[in-house]
Design a protein around this ligand. Structure first.
Ligand code: EPU
Length: 459
């Protein structure tokens, strides 16, 4: 399974055809999924490493000239992009095993994340904090809006200014410099909880002179994972996981070895998959504590979730079927926006009316119109979606608009009668590792079709 020592996966042409083991292929932009629904899923699924943790942890490798080894990095497109960014900056990235990245950012030659990369992945802005912190300069193309909202990074930039950086916008690029070459610790109060904003400031502050306090910090498990890595690298940081993080800047950071936490959103997605298909899944290698709010909500609507051991859940739909229940998305530890689309798919199968309120992103209901095409009864008004169920879903041609919307459509397709074709599945490839393979392994009838419609391709 493992590529040869030192294989640089990101150098693979993104349009190349699959290698014989099927795992190394990268996906054609025109790929589609074809799902023949109605089969209860049964078996065991292993959860991959968290995309949203691996992204900042890879960025953090820029903070030291020494080697940082990251294990359990999911093999998804966003991580390939992040890796390419590190290499473009001059870092060496080796992959002794498929999900292990050894990064040495010793000979950084440029301090710039270009538009070509940032436009494909907003998380490239995570390079700003570490570059500014270690080198006192960084230039990153300002990300535009995306399918789910305008998503500004003004709060990141204001916080950098608080740490003494001069920040300007030049021809669409954010240019940030630390006037005396080093940032200075400060009190940063976020007006709004921001996940990558908190991560960027943590990485900026670890090498700043003096103490930084981040207030109204995000509390997501990914923040704690990044903090664990930074501490292993020598950072003096406390409070990650609470809303106040304190950092005492140090002169330099060293190498470290770290394993990325399990992906809580992938975990939640498979729990919903078991419930929506009336099947029974063991979801292993997960961290149930990280999705306590999701588990609680899913139990409320009638999903039976039993914890078999510290990292395995057994999931099935309860005997009384699914009942509607309202949900509101909020920052961690409450119900995550990244599970909203999947929950909406589930509510189409629940008895009664559920109101889903999205408070994090202003345009994150793109999946609703596709679910309606499959027979769902959903009315959108502002940031609320009212779902009346249960509806009998039937297969249709639908379009994936973003990562979690795609997951929602896959879930709907798995419980619909007939055939569902999902276009633009490149969105799902950004964040779900080998999703076709995983679903097939538990009995789903799902295929990836290439551009020409020939030959289903496994991922
Ligand atoms: N916001 C601002 N200004 C800022 C930063 C954020 O107004 O400077 C606003 C955003 O527009 C949004 C809210 O604050 O309305 C929260 O955004 P946040 O910054 O927390 O989001 P993010 O860091 O860009 C991360 C995840 C998202 C996830 C959100 C919320 C990564 C790489 N991305 O985004 O993940 O939805 O937090 O939990 O960690 C996904 O995986 O599908 C995904 C979109």
């Amino acid at each position: 399974m493992s590529p040869p020592r030192g294989t640089v996966l990101s150098n693979v042409n993104t349009r190349q055809k699959p290698s014989p083991n099927g795992l190394f292929l990268l996906h054609d932009y025109m790929d589609k999924f074809v799902i023949r629904g109605g089969k209860p899923l049964k078996g065991r699924i292993e959860i991959s490493g968290a995309k949203n943790s691996a992204l900042p942890c890879l960025a953090a490798t820029l903070l030291t000239p020494e080697t940082v080894t990251l294990h359990n990095v999911p093999y998804v497109k966003d991580l390939i992009t992040q890796r390419r960014l590190l290499e473009d900056l001059g870092a060496t990235v080796l992959t002794p095993e498929l999900r292990t990245h050894k990064v040495t950012a010793k000979n950084i030659q440029t301090y710039e994340a270009p538009y070509e990369l940032v436009k494909t992945m907003r998380a490239s802005v995570l390079a700003l904090g570490p570059l500014l912190s270690r080198f006192g300069k960084a230039k990153v193309s300002l990300p535009g809006g995306c399918a789910i909202g305008t998503r500004p990074i003004d709060l990141h930039l204001k916080a950098f200014e608080k740490l003494g950086a001069e920040v300007s916008l030049e021809s669409g690029d954010v240019v940030a410099t630390a006037p005396k070459g080093r940032l200075v610790g400060a009190d940063v109060q976020f007006e709004k909880v921001t996940v990558t904003g908190t991560e960027n400031v943590m990485m900026a502050a670890v090498l700043a002179a003096g103490k930084t306090t981040i207030r109204n910090a995000a509390r997501e498990p990914e923040i704690e994972d990044l903090a664990d890595l930074l501490i292993k690298m020598g950072a003096r940081l406390t409070g990650a996981g609470t809303d106040t993080i304190e950092i005492e800047g140090v002169e330099g950071l060293g190498g470290a070895e770290h394993s990325i936490i399990p992906d809580r959103i992938e975990t939640g997605t498979f729990i919903v998959a078991a419930a929506i298909t009336g099947g029974e899944l063991e979801v292993s290698k997960c961290e149930p504590e990280h999705i306590a709010a999701v588990i609680e909500q899913l139990e409320r609507v009638g999903v039976e979730i039993e914890q078999l051991d510290e990292s395995t859940l057994k999931v099935r739909q309860g005997g009384d079927g699914l009942k509607a229940s309202d949900v509101t998305t909020e920052p961690h530890p409450l119900f995550p926006t990244d599970m909203q689309a999947q929950y909406m798919a589930l509510m189409t199968q629940a008895e009664g009316t559920s109101t889903i309120t999205e408070t994090i992103f202003e345009n994150r209901f793109m999946h609703a119109s596709e679910l309606i095409r499959m027979g769902a009864d959903i009315a959108i008004s502002g940031n609320q979606a009212v779902v009346r169920g249960p509806s009998k879903l039937t297969g249709a041609r639908v379009i994936a608009s973003d990562l979690r919307a795609s997951a929602s459509l896959v879930l709907a397709g798995l419980c619909a009668s007939g055939e569902t074709t999902i276009d633009r599945v490149y969105h799902i490839d950004r964040g779900y590792e080998t999703i076709v393979r995983k679903f097939k392994s538990v009995g789903a009838d799902i295929e990836r079709l290439t551009e020409h419609g020939a030959g289903g391709r496994e991922t």
